[in-house]
Write a protein that binds this ligand. Sequence first.
Ligand SMILES: [Zn+2]
Length: 91
Amino acid sequence: MINFRIVKNRRGKFSIIVTCPKCGREGYLRVYSKRGEEIRAFKIVHEKFNRGCHIGINSEYFEELFELHKAVREFEKELAYEGDYPSFRLI
Ligand SMILES: [Zn+2]
């Protein structure tokens, strides 16, 4: 289980902060590579200038990050109102 938390940025989008399974530091989860709508890789950005850890589709961690990312994006779409957002966990 990868630890994560969600923060809302100025544009009202959610950013996902995860504890990196590779190096143990926190970082922003970003989609790094896409083919059409299909996500091929993530990057966990630890510092400015996009430094971070790369998690490709063949990584053992990819599936979990993929599910997390999908769940948060769907959650974001459902959330049409401004205000408190409930904490939730990926089961
Ligand atoms: Zn890392």
